[in-house]
Write a protein that binds this ligand. Structure first.
Ligand code: ADP
Ligand code: MG
Length: 721
């Protein structure tokens, strides 16, 4: 008897004990000399919350040190006043010639306070709006010589400087003519102060043993960690701020190495677990092959080979199957599950929503008709006696394949012989949740399927704990979906077209980027150029236009309410479905022929590609309309054109990554992507490959991290832990 329970639990492959050398880095920032409680609170608005024993949210020293400057002010520049360019930060030594307090301007407005200054190379006027007269008089006494530093500008061919950043005496010029790092800030903090705390903390930084193997350098002449961190906080040129600078590359490499080691250890731990040997005998899969109206593509066959090999190995399978929308993953999963069934072993297919569970249940029931095995459905809405019956049949083995939502695993469902768990469309699962699933006593084989076509670099960081299979080609006879990119100003044309299509009995998805966020003052306008394309607003509007055939689903609905709406749409009771991106994943309404996406420029390309996959699933020609608002930039329009011109999910994902970077790729809501601090997924791709190789190779040599480098790497993982 197997009992699956996969509520998340804390598990870490890295020892819980923290190296002493890390204590300072992991203590509260208030441990830094001169940094008080108030500053600690201010920093809490800027940095991740600390995890001090006191339970306070004051950030830790490490996170302050990981907070890198984003810009640089170079005050070293100076020149003759008469030759000063416009709009540069410059420092000058000048004499104060005259003060011109503002006279009351007309219409009551105040004119600025002006101070005329000069040196033998020219003149400059200092301008102060709303300034305290006393302060100006004190800091710029008539006839004195002063150092001023700030941004130059010209007005009426005269050089001036508004509100100099620095006014001081000549003996302090050394302190002025420097390069100042500029940090991301919050109220109550200045870059200068952050710089000061960072400098203090850097002084107390312990020396760590080098964890990079000099014989496998990430790049030639890489700096050590401490110098890299120092350098990153003291940029001298604009290049120093770039991800490709040596310092930042080093820090990023360390981060990626820690990440890849962590994942490699997870993967190894998984592979170390024994699991039942599944060889099958080909009886059921043979029957299925014979009854299918199509033959498997070469891609599907190749992937199955990999899966079968895992299942036969005696070690636990942990495999990711990546395949674009419509590439035919379900059938692959079914073949794998039949293999298990041939040995009277059970499989579970877990999907994200009830409606998809229902769909898969129906599909699998149809496909397995005549094979003599029973498919069961277990979701939240299977209740009472029916539920009891299903639970019983799962426990006594009558049901061989059970389809369900994650409710399947949250309760104590007892299986008789569970050997394979398939998780479909679960890119919302991060590594942590996956671990919770695998950390249990029993060890069924695991197959994860995702339609999110993510580029390899992201796969490595998101799914590096698993082996990956790729389903590249799609079944040949798939109808092409026409994609059009149209400005929102053609809204009325769109309405006419929709009316026509609905008149023919077809179905339409209308996707809005946001649901009504808050009650704004007064009513939301019902115009197409309204800034927030609220699904609820559209719904109301379309009901007036098209009558009772309009449905609405959005993320804030209760699950059963949403599923009810989806069912009405699937059955044809409603035929125009206004939706937020909840329809994105896996929903299969075959006779939907048009999907219209409003403010398409707000979505990630991959997300749009997924949405597009909701149509073109039946026999009728389908189309996808990307409506962009007239305010959309040239860049975003050309992004949309990428989508119009390609239906290759991987190519689109690459393009998306190039344009938007990793974080936004999947839409913030559903990315299981780790948040990197130093790593730039595009600029550091090469390094990521290398870090992966480094981690994998090293673990082969020293799986328990016992060697000197192993210990150093363990410190590294704790540093980023
Ligand atoms: P996805 O990978 O998006 O989950 P599905 O598994 O839902 O794709 O498959 C989409 C459709 O393609 C299904 O109707 C399925 O029966 C069909 N299909 C799968 N494999 C093939 C194939 N080799 N040839 C033709 N049609 C196929
Ligand atoms: Mg699918």
């Amino acid at each position: 008897m197997v009992n699956i329970d996969c509520r998340p639990e804390e598990t870490s492959p890295v020892a819980e004990m923290r190296d002493e050398s890390l204590f300072f880095l992991f203590s509260s920032v208030t441990r830094i000399k001169g940094l008080g409680a108030a500053t600690g609170q201010a920093l809490a608005r800027l940095l991740p919350a600390g995890t001090s024993a006191s339970g306070s949210n004051v950030p830790i020293v490490r996170d302050l040190l990981f907070h890198l400057p984003v810009n640089l002010i170079d005050r070293r520049f100076t020149c003759p006043l008469s030759e000063a360019p416009d709009g540069v930060i410059a420092t000058f030594i000048v004499e104060v010639d005259s003060h011109h307090p503002p006279s009351a301007g007309y219409r009551g407005g105040k004119r600025p306070y002006k101070v005329e200054c000069s040196n033998d190379s020219g003149t400059i006027t200092l301008i102060f709006y709303h300034a305290h007269t006393d302060y100006i008089k004190q800091s710029l006494p008539l006839g004195s010589t002063r150092v001023i530093s700030g941004r130059t500008e010209h007005f009426d061919h005269r050089l001036q400087m508004s509100h100099p950043d620095i006014i001081t005496t000549v003996d302090k010029i050394q302190n002025v003519q420097t390069q100042e790092p500029v940090y991301p800030l919050t109220i109550g903090l200045t870059s200068k102060r952050i710089g000061k705390y960072v400098a203090t903390a850097l002084e107390k930084l312990p020396d760590f043993p080098e964890w990079i193997d000099a014989s496998f350098p990430p790049f030639p002449d890489f700096p050590d960690w401490k110098s890299a961190l120092r350098k990153a906080h003291h940029p001298e040129t604009a290049e120093d701020l770039m991800p490709v600078s040596a310092a930042r590359k080093r820090l990023a490499y360390d981060e990626m190495l820690a990440n890849q080691l962590y994942l490699a250890i997870l993967r190894r731990n998984m592979q170390r677990q024994a699991s039942v040997v599944i060889k099958g005998n080909g009886t059921l899969s043979g029957k299925l092959s014979a009854s299918l109206p199509f033959t498997l593509t070469q891609g599907q066959l190749d992937v199955l080979k990999e899966i079968y090999a895992d299942m036969e190995s005696g070690r636990r399978m942990g495999r990711l199957l990546q395949g674009d929308v419509g590439s035919g993953k379900t059938i692959v999963a079914l073949f794998a599950m039949l293999r298990a069934a041939e040995q009277s072993l059970q499989s579970a297919l877990m999907v994200p929503t009830e409606i998809i569970a229902q769909q898969h249940y129906e599909t699998l029931t149809k496909l397995t008709a005549g094979l003599g095995i029973k498919v069961g459905l277990l979701t939240g809405s299977v209740k009472g006696k029916a539920r009891q019956a299903v639970l019983e049949e799962i426990a006594n083995g009558t049901i061989t394949i059970v389809v369900g939502t994650h409710a399947l695993f949250q309760e104590h469902v007892i299986f008789s012989q569970l050997a394979l768990v398939v998780i479909d469309e679960q890119h919302r699962f991060g590594v942590a949740q996956r671990m919770a699933l695998t950390a249990k006593g029993n060890t069924p084989h695991l197959l994860h399927m995702t339609a999110t076509p993510i580029p390899r670099s992201l796969t490595m960081t998101m799914y590096g704990d698993m082996d990956c299979s790729l389903l590249k080609e799609k079944p040949a006879e798939r109808l092409k979906i026409t994609t059009r990119v149209i400005p929102l100003s053609r809204y009325e044309d769109m309405m006419d077209r929709m009316k026509e299509v609905l008149g023919k009995g077809e179905k339409i998805y209308w996707i809005c980027p946001l649901i009504e966020e808050k009650e704004t003052e007064g009513e939301l306008e019902l115009t197409p150029d309204n800034d927030i394309a609220a699904a609820e607003t559209r719904f109301t509007e379309f009901k007036t236009r098209f009558g009772g055939i309009v449905g609405l689903v959005h993320g804030r609905m209760k699950n059963d309410q949403r599923d009810g709406e989806m069912k009405r749409f699937a059955s044809g009771e409603t035929r125009l479905l206004v939706a937020t991106t909840v329809v994105e994943v896996g929903v299969d309404v075959r006779d939907a022929t048009i999907i219209i996406i409003e403010k398409a420029e707000r979505f990630g390309l991959s997300q749009l590609h997924q949405l597009r996959g909701r149509v073109g699933r039946g026999s009728k020609p389908s189309s996808c309309v990307l409506l962009y608002s007239d305010r959309a930039s040239e860049v975003s329009r050309s992004r949309l054109a990428t989508l119009r011109d390609s239906d290759d999910g991987f190519m689109i994902a690459e393009a998306d990554l190039q344009i938007r970077g990793g974080g936004d790729l999947l839409g913030s809501r559903q990315s299981g992507l780790p948040r990197f601090i130093f790593t730039h997924l595009i600029e550091h791709r090469q390094l990521l490959e290398q870090a992966r190789q480094d981690a994998t190779e090293f673990l082969k040599k020293d799986p328990e991290l016992h060697s000197a480098r192993g210990k150093a790497l363990s410190t590294l993982m704790q540093l980023f832990g």
